[in-house]
Design a protein around this ligand. Structure first.
Ligand code: GCO
Ligand code: MN
Ligand code: MN
Ligand code: MN
Length: 386
Protein backbone atom coordinates (compact mmCIF):
# COMPACT_ATOMS: atom_id res chain seq x y z
CA UNK A 1 0.00 0.00 0.00
CA UNK A 2 1.10 3.54 -0.83
CA UNK A 3 3.67 2.14 -3.22
CA UNK A 4 3.69 4.20 -6.40
CA UNK A 5 3.38 2.94 -9.96
CA UNK A 6 4.03 4.86 -13.19
CA UNK A 7 0.26 5.46 -13.42
CA UNK A 8 0.66 7.93 -10.53
CA UNK A 9 2.75 10.16 -12.82
CA UNK A 10 5.42 11.03 -10.27
CA UNK A 11 8.62 12.55 -11.61
CA UNK A 12 11.95 13.69 -10.19
CA UNK A 13 14.76 15.75 -11.68
CA UNK A 14 18.25 14.50 -12.37
CA UNK A 15 19.24 17.50 -10.23
CA UNK A 16 16.94 16.53 -7.33
CA UNK A 17 17.90 12.97 -6.42
CA UNK A 18 21.26 13.81 -8.00
CA UNK A 19 21.92 16.64 -5.54
CA UNK A 20 25.36 16.21 -3.99
CA UNK A 21 24.51 18.24 -0.91
CA UNK A 22 26.43 21.42 -1.61
CA UNK A 23 25.29 24.61 0.11
CA UNK A 24 26.70 28.15 0.27
CA UNK A 25 28.63 27.23 3.42
CA UNK A 26 29.78 23.72 2.73
CA UNK A 27 31.26 21.35 0.21
CA UNK A 28 29.34 18.39 -1.25
CA UNK A 29 28.53 15.59 1.18
CA UNK A 30 27.65 12.98 -1.48
CA UNK A 31 29.22 11.58 -4.64
CA UNK A 32 27.59 12.39 -7.98
CA UNK A 33 25.27 9.66 -9.34
CA UNK A 34 25.32 8.94 -13.07
CA UNK A 35 22.19 9.70 -15.08
CA UNK A 36 21.64 6.07 -16.17
CA UNK A 37 21.94 4.92 -12.55
CA UNK A 38 19.38 7.51 -11.42
CA UNK A 39 17.03 6.29 -14.16
CA UNK A 40 17.37 2.71 -12.94
CA UNK A 41 16.74 3.58 -9.28
CA UNK A 42 13.76 5.84 -9.99
CA UNK A 43 12.17 3.16 -12.15
CA UNK A 44 12.62 0.62 -9.36
CA UNK A 45 10.87 2.98 -6.97
CA UNK A 46 7.83 3.31 -9.27
CA UNK A 47 8.36 6.79 -10.71
CA UNK A 48 6.98 7.68 -14.14
CA UNK A 49 9.74 9.92 -15.36
CA UNK A 50 12.84 11.99 -14.89
CA UNK A 51 13.27 15.64 -15.88
CA UNK A 52 16.43 17.51 -16.63
CA UNK A 53 18.28 20.73 -17.34
CA UNK A 54 20.55 20.53 -20.39
CA UNK A 55 23.65 20.57 -18.18
CA UNK A 56 22.39 17.91 -15.74
CA UNK A 57 23.18 15.48 -18.55
CA UNK A 58 25.66 17.28 -20.80
CA UNK A 59 28.31 19.51 -19.19
CA UNK A 60 28.32 23.05 -20.59
CA UNK A 61 31.80 22.51 -22.07
CA UNK A 62 31.24 18.99 -23.44
CA UNK A 63 32.54 18.13 -26.90
CA UNK A 64 30.09 16.94 -29.54
CA UNK A 65 31.35 13.38 -29.15
CA UNK A 66 30.95 13.49 -25.38
CA UNK A 67 27.41 14.87 -25.75
CA UNK A 68 26.44 12.06 -28.10
CA UNK A 69 27.82 9.42 -25.78
CA UNK A 70 26.06 10.84 -22.69
CA UNK A 71 22.76 11.23 -24.52
CA UNK A 72 22.85 7.75 -26.00
CA UNK A 73 23.72 6.11 -22.63
CA UNK A 74 20.87 8.03 -21.03
CA UNK A 75 18.42 7.02 -23.77
CA UNK A 76 19.47 3.39 -23.43
CA UNK A 77 18.75 3.52 -19.68
CA UNK A 78 15.34 5.15 -20.28
CA UNK A 79 14.56 2.39 -22.74
CA UNK A 80 15.75 -0.42 -20.49
CA UNK A 81 13.77 0.81 -17.49
CA UNK A 82 10.69 2.29 -19.18
CA UNK A 83 11.16 5.76 -17.71
CA UNK A 84 9.99 8.90 -19.60
CA UNK A 85 11.38 12.44 -19.82
CA UNK A 86 8.20 14.54 -19.60
CA UNK A 87 9.82 17.92 -18.92
CA UNK A 88 13.05 19.63 -19.95
CA UNK A 89 14.52 22.97 -19.02
CA UNK A 90 17.62 25.13 -19.42
CA UNK A 91 20.31 25.84 -16.89
CA UNK A 92 20.48 29.63 -17.17
CA UNK A 93 21.83 30.20 -13.68
CA UNK A 94 25.04 28.26 -12.88
CA UNK A 95 27.49 29.70 -15.37
CA UNK A 96 28.97 33.12 -14.47
CA UNK A 97 27.79 34.42 -17.85
CA UNK A 98 24.31 34.49 -16.31
CA UNK A 99 25.27 36.19 -13.06
CA UNK A 100 23.07 39.23 -13.80
CA UNK A 101 20.28 37.40 -15.58
CA UNK A 102 19.81 35.52 -18.85
CA UNK A 103 16.81 36.78 -20.86
CA UNK A 104 16.74 39.88 -18.62
CA UNK A 105 20.46 40.61 -18.63
CA UNK A 106 21.34 44.22 -19.42
CA UNK A 107 23.94 42.78 -21.82
CA UNK A 108 22.45 42.00 -25.25
CA UNK A 109 25.15 39.37 -25.85
CA UNK A 110 24.04 37.43 -22.76
CA UNK A 111 20.41 37.60 -23.87
CA UNK A 112 21.32 36.25 -27.31
CA UNK A 113 23.46 33.50 -25.77
CA UNK A 114 20.55 32.54 -23.51
CA UNK A 115 18.35 32.16 -26.59
CA UNK A 116 20.96 30.02 -28.31
CA UNK A 117 21.43 27.81 -25.23
CA UNK A 118 17.69 27.39 -24.80
CA UNK A 119 17.12 26.43 -28.44
CA UNK A 120 19.81 23.76 -28.19
CA UNK A 121 18.31 22.53 -24.93
CA UNK A 122 14.85 22.42 -26.54
CA UNK A 123 16.38 20.28 -29.30
CA UNK A 124 17.75 17.91 -26.65
CA UNK A 125 14.44 17.80 -24.73
CA UNK A 126 12.57 16.99 -27.92
CA UNK A 127 15.05 14.24 -28.74
CA UNK A 128 14.31 12.72 -25.32
CA UNK A 129 10.54 12.96 -25.79
CA UNK A 130 9.72 15.91 -23.50
CA UNK A 131 6.53 17.81 -24.25
CA UNK A 132 6.70 20.34 -21.42
CA UNK A 133 9.44 22.97 -21.36
CA UNK A 134 10.05 24.89 -18.14
CA UNK A 135 11.31 28.42 -17.56
CA UNK A 136 12.53 29.04 -14.05
CA UNK A 137 14.18 32.43 -14.04
CA UNK A 138 16.41 31.97 -11.04
CA UNK A 139 18.83 34.69 -12.10
CA UNK A 140 16.18 36.88 -13.72
CA UNK A 141 16.11 39.52 -11.03
CA UNK A 142 18.16 42.18 -9.29
CA UNK A 143 19.75 43.33 -6.10
CA UNK A 144 20.25 46.83 -7.50
CA UNK A 145 17.28 48.59 -9.03
CA UNK A 146 19.48 51.58 -9.88
CA UNK A 147 20.21 49.70 -13.13
CA UNK A 148 16.85 51.01 -14.31
CA UNK A 149 15.82 47.88 -16.21
CA UNK A 150 12.52 47.02 -14.55
CA UNK A 151 10.36 47.65 -17.60
CA UNK A 152 13.06 46.61 -20.08
CA UNK A 153 13.37 43.26 -18.33
CA UNK A 154 9.70 42.54 -18.83
CA UNK A 155 9.98 43.42 -22.52
CA UNK A 156 13.17 41.39 -23.01
CA UNK A 157 11.65 38.38 -21.28
CA UNK A 158 8.51 38.68 -23.40
CA UNK A 159 10.50 38.92 -26.64
CA UNK A 160 12.53 35.84 -25.67
CA UNK A 161 9.47 33.74 -24.87
CA UNK A 162 7.76 34.81 -28.10
CA UNK A 163 10.93 33.95 -30.04
CA UNK A 164 11.18 30.50 -28.42
CA UNK A 165 7.50 29.67 -28.91
CA UNK A 166 7.93 30.44 -32.60
CA UNK A 167 11.13 28.38 -32.69
CA UNK A 168 9.26 25.44 -31.16
CA UNK A 169 6.55 25.72 -33.78
CA UNK A 170 9.02 26.10 -36.65
CA UNK A 171 10.72 22.85 -35.54
CA UNK A 172 7.40 21.03 -35.13
CA UNK A 173 8.12 20.46 -31.43
CA UNK A 174 4.67 21.17 -30.03
CA UNK A 175 6.05 22.08 -26.60
CA UNK A 176 3.79 23.38 -23.85
CA UNK A 177 5.79 26.02 -21.96
CA UNK A 178 5.53 26.52 -18.22
CA UNK A 179 6.69 29.58 -16.30
CA UNK A 180 7.87 28.93 -12.76
CA UNK A 181 7.61 31.84 -10.31
CA UNK A 182 9.84 32.30 -7.26
CA UNK A 183 10.08 35.40 -5.07
CA UNK A 184 13.82 35.38 -4.30
CA UNK A 185 16.93 33.20 -4.11
CA UNK A 186 19.37 33.14 -5.75
CA UNK A 187 18.62 36.80 -6.60
CA UNK A 188 17.61 39.31 -3.95
CA UNK A 189 14.42 39.91 -5.89
CA UNK A 190 13.36 37.68 -8.74
CA UNK A 191 11.06 39.09 -11.44
CA UNK A 192 7.58 37.52 -11.56
CA UNK A 193 7.51 36.47 -7.88
CA UNK A 194 4.12 34.74 -7.78
CA UNK A 195 1.78 32.53 -9.80
CA UNK A 196 -0.47 35.55 -10.26
CA UNK A 197 2.42 37.54 -11.78
CA UNK A 198 2.96 34.75 -14.30
CA UNK A 199 -0.75 34.53 -15.16
CA UNK A 200 -0.86 38.27 -15.81
CA UNK A 201 2.27 38.11 -17.94
CA UNK A 202 1.12 35.12 -20.04
CA UNK A 203 -1.82 37.18 -21.27
CA UNK A 204 0.67 39.62 -22.86
CA UNK A 205 2.46 36.97 -24.96
CA UNK A 206 1.91 36.39 -28.69
CA UNK A 207 0.76 32.79 -28.16
CA UNK A 208 -0.71 32.70 -24.65
CA UNK A 209 -2.29 29.28 -25.27
CA UNK A 210 1.15 27.65 -25.45
CA UNK A 211 2.04 28.88 -21.95
CA UNK A 212 1.02 27.75 -18.48
CA UNK A 213 2.36 28.05 -14.94
CA UNK A 214 4.60 25.67 -12.98
CA UNK A 215 3.88 26.62 -9.37
CA UNK A 216 6.12 25.29 -6.58
CA UNK A 217 5.15 24.59 -2.98
CA UNK A 218 8.35 25.99 -1.48
CA UNK A 219 8.34 29.19 -3.52
CA UNK A 220 4.98 30.48 -2.27
CA UNK A 221 5.72 29.22 1.22
CA UNK A 222 9.03 31.13 1.41
CA UNK A 223 6.99 34.29 0.83
CA UNK A 224 4.45 33.35 3.48
CA UNK A 225 1.72 32.68 0.92
CA UNK A 226 -0.77 29.80 0.88
CA UNK A 227 0.30 27.44 -1.91
CA UNK A 228 -3.08 25.73 -2.28
CA UNK A 229 -4.65 29.14 -2.94
CA UNK A 230 -2.07 29.92 -5.63
CA UNK A 231 -2.67 26.56 -7.32
CA UNK A 232 -6.43 27.09 -7.23
CA UNK A 233 -5.98 30.34 -9.14
CA UNK A 234 -3.79 28.63 -11.72
CA UNK A 235 -6.38 25.86 -12.15
CA UNK A 236 -9.16 28.44 -12.48
CA UNK A 237 -7.19 30.07 -15.32
CA UNK A 238 -6.79 26.68 -17.06
CA UNK A 239 -3.01 27.02 -16.73
CA UNK A 240 -1.88 24.19 -14.47
CA UNK A 241 0.35 22.30 -16.93
CA UNK A 242 2.94 21.14 -14.37
CA UNK A 243 3.60 21.32 -10.62
CA UNK A 244 6.73 21.28 -8.44
CA UNK A 245 6.13 19.59 -5.10
CA UNK A 246 8.36 19.90 -2.05
CA UNK A 247 8.17 21.58 1.35
CA UNK A 248 9.57 24.54 3.18
CA UNK A 249 9.40 26.55 6.39
CA UNK A 250 8.15 30.08 5.88
CA UNK A 251 10.76 32.82 5.88
CA UNK A 252 13.73 30.44 5.62
CA UNK A 253 16.31 29.94 2.89
CA UNK A 254 15.15 27.71 0.01
CA UNK A 255 15.01 24.35 1.78
CA UNK A 256 13.58 21.99 -0.87
CA UNK A 257 12.34 19.60 1.80
CA UNK A 258 10.74 16.22 1.14
CA UNK A 259 7.09 16.66 0.12
CA UNK A 260 4.86 16.81 3.20
CA UNK A 261 7.80 17.08 5.61
CA UNK A 262 6.71 20.38 7.10
CA UNK A 263 3.27 21.83 6.23
CA UNK A 264 1.16 18.72 6.37
CA UNK A 265 -2.21 20.50 6.37
CA UNK A 266 -1.46 22.68 3.33
CA UNK A 267 -0.07 19.57 1.62
CA UNK A 268 -3.34 17.78 2.37
CA UNK A 269 -5.48 20.54 0.89
CA UNK A 270 -3.17 20.76 -2.10
CA UNK A 271 -3.41 17.03 -2.83
CA UNK A 272 -7.17 17.18 -2.33
CA UNK A 273 -7.38 20.06 -4.81
CA UNK A 274 -5.28 18.22 -7.41
CA UNK A 275 -7.24 14.99 -6.99
CA UNK A 276 -10.71 16.59 -6.83
CA UNK A 277 -9.99 18.54 -10.04
CA UNK A 278 -8.46 15.49 -11.78
CA UNK A 279 -5.16 17.23 -12.47
CA UNK A 280 -3.62 15.14 -15.25
CA UNK A 281 -0.11 16.61 -15.55
CA UNK A 282 3.13 15.43 -13.97
CA UNK A 283 3.65 15.62 -10.22
CA UNK A 284 7.29 16.58 -10.06
CA UNK A 285 9.18 16.44 -6.77
CA UNK A 286 11.54 19.39 -6.99
CA UNK A 287 13.31 18.70 -3.73
CA UNK A 288 16.38 16.93 -2.48
CA UNK A 289 17.55 14.83 0.41
CA UNK A 290 18.96 16.70 3.39
CA UNK A 291 22.66 17.46 3.19
CA UNK A 292 23.16 15.19 6.18
CA UNK A 293 22.20 12.09 4.18
CA UNK A 294 24.16 9.41 2.35
CA UNK A 295 22.86 7.69 -0.79
CA UNK A 296 20.45 5.51 1.18
CA UNK A 297 18.96 8.74 2.53
CA UNK A 298 18.43 9.96 -1.04
CA UNK A 299 16.25 6.98 -1.95
CA UNK A 300 14.43 7.17 1.40
CA UNK A 301 13.71 10.80 0.53
CA UNK A 302 12.40 9.93 -2.96
CA UNK A 303 10.25 7.11 -1.64
CA UNK A 304 8.92 9.36 1.12
CA UNK A 305 7.79 12.11 -1.29
CA UNK A 306 5.66 9.63 -3.25
CA UNK A 307 4.39 7.75 -0.21
CA UNK A 308 3.23 10.93 1.49
CA UNK A 309 1.44 12.09 -1.65
CA UNK A 310 -0.40 8.75 -1.89
CA UNK A 311 -1.29 8.78 1.82
CA UNK A 312 -2.71 12.29 1.48
CA UNK A 313 -4.61 11.18 -1.61
CA UNK A 314 -6.18 8.41 0.49
CA UNK A 315 -6.99 10.97 3.21
CA UNK A 316 -8.66 13.18 0.59
CA UNK A 317 -10.81 10.23 -0.46
CA UNK A 318 -11.75 9.61 3.17
CA UNK A 319 -12.59 13.30 3.62
CA UNK A 320 -14.96 13.15 0.66
CA UNK A 321 -16.57 9.92 1.96
CA UNK A 322 -16.88 10.95 5.60
CA UNK A 323 -20.54 11.63 6.37
CA UNK A 324 -19.87 13.79 9.42
CA UNK A 325 -17.40 15.93 7.50
CA UNK A 326 -19.79 16.19 4.58
CA UNK A 327 -22.60 17.21 6.95
CA UNK A 328 -20.39 19.92 8.44
CA UNK A 329 -19.54 21.09 4.93
CA UNK A 330 -23.18 21.35 3.89
CA UNK A 331 -23.95 23.17 7.12
CA UNK A 332 -21.22 25.68 6.27
CA UNK A 333 -22.82 26.62 2.96
CA UNK A 334 -26.12 28.45 2.94
CA UNK A 335 -28.05 28.13 -0.27
CA UNK A 336 -30.82 30.40 -1.44
CA UNK A 337 -31.96 29.69 -4.97
CA UNK A 338 -33.95 32.89 -5.33
CA UNK A 339 -31.05 35.14 -4.29
CA UNK A 340 -28.52 33.11 -6.27
CA UNK A 341 -30.63 33.55 -9.40
CA UNK A 342 -30.79 37.30 -8.81
CA UNK A 343 -27.02 37.56 -8.17
CA UNK A 344 -25.69 35.32 -10.92
CA UNK A 345 -25.85 37.75 -13.81
CA UNK A 346 -26.63 41.40 -14.13
CA UNK A 347 -29.92 42.56 -15.59
CA UNK A 348 -31.66 45.84 -14.78
CA UNK A 349 -34.46 43.78 -13.16
CA UNK A 350 -32.05 41.75 -11.01
CA UNK A 351 -30.25 44.90 -9.93
CA UNK A 352 -33.53 46.57 -9.04
CA UNK A 353 -34.76 43.50 -7.13
CA UNK A 354 -31.51 43.32 -5.11
CA UNK A 355 -31.54 47.04 -4.38
CA UNK A 356 -35.04 46.91 -2.98
CA UNK A 357 -34.52 43.71 -0.98
CA UNK A 358 -34.36 43.89 2.83
CA UNK A 359 -31.54 41.85 4.40
CA UNK A 360 -31.45 40.82 8.07
CA UNK A 361 -27.90 42.07 8.63
CA UNK A 362 -27.88 41.14 12.27
CA UNK A 363 -28.84 37.51 11.50
CA UNK A 364 -26.10 37.34 8.88
CA UNK A 365 -23.55 38.52 11.40
CA UNK A 366 -24.73 36.19 14.16
CA UNK A 367 -24.63 32.87 12.34
CA UNK A 368 -21.85 30.49 13.42
CA UNK A 369 -20.53 28.67 10.33
CA UNK A 370 -19.04 25.73 12.25
CA UNK A 371 -15.50 26.13 10.96
CA UNK A 372 -13.85 25.16 14.27
CA UNK A 373 -15.73 21.88 14.21
CA UNK A 374 -14.96 21.26 10.54
CA UNK A 375 -11.28 22.04 10.98
CA UNK A 376 -10.96 19.74 14.00
CA UNK A 377 -12.60 16.94 12.02
CA UNK A 378 -9.93 17.54 9.36
CA UNK A 379 -7.17 17.36 11.96
CA UNK A 380 -8.62 14.14 13.41
CA UNK A 381 -8.71 12.71 9.90
CA UNK A 382 -5.14 13.71 9.04
CA UNK A 383 -3.88 12.32 12.36
CA UNK A 384 -5.60 9.02 11.63
CA UNK A 385 -8.16 9.29 14.43
CA UNK A 386 -11.24 8.87 12.21
C1 GCO B 1 14.78 26.24 -7.47
C2 GCO B 1 13.88 25.90 -8.64
C3 GCO B 1 14.53 24.96 -9.62
C4 GCO B 1 13.75 24.80 -10.91
C5 GCO B 1 14.53 24.02 -11.89
C6 GCO B 1 13.78 23.71 -13.14
O1 GCO B 1 14.28 26.73 -6.48
O2 GCO B 1 15.98 26.02 -7.56
O3 GCO B 1 12.69 25.38 -8.13
O4 GCO B 1 14.72 23.71 -9.00
O5 GCO B 1 12.52 24.18 -10.69
O6 GCO B 1 15.67 24.75 -12.20
O7 GCO B 1 13.54 24.84 -13.86
MN1 MN C 1 12.55 25.68 -5.96
MN1 MN D 1 15.53 25.10 -4.85
MN1 MN E 1 11.17 24.23 -9.13
Amino acid sequence: EFTPTPADQFTFGLWTVGSIGRDPFGEPTRKPLSAPYIVQRLAELGAYGVNLHDNDLVPIDASAAERDRLVSDFKAALNDHGLKVPMATTNLFTDPAFKDGAFTSADARVRAYALQKTMLSMDLGHELGADVYDFWGGREGTEVDAGGKLLDSLAWFRDSLNFLADYSESQGYNYKFVLEPKPNEPRGDIFFPTAGSMLGFIATLDKPDRFGVNPEFAHDTMAGLNFAHAVAQVIDAGKLFHIDLNDQKMGRFDQDLRFGAENIKTAFFLVKLLEDTHYSGMKHFDAHALRTEDEAGVWAFAKGCMRTYLMLKEKARQFNDDSEIQAALSAYRVEDSELEALSKKFSPENAQALKSRTFDRSALGTRGPGLEHLDQLTIDLILGMR
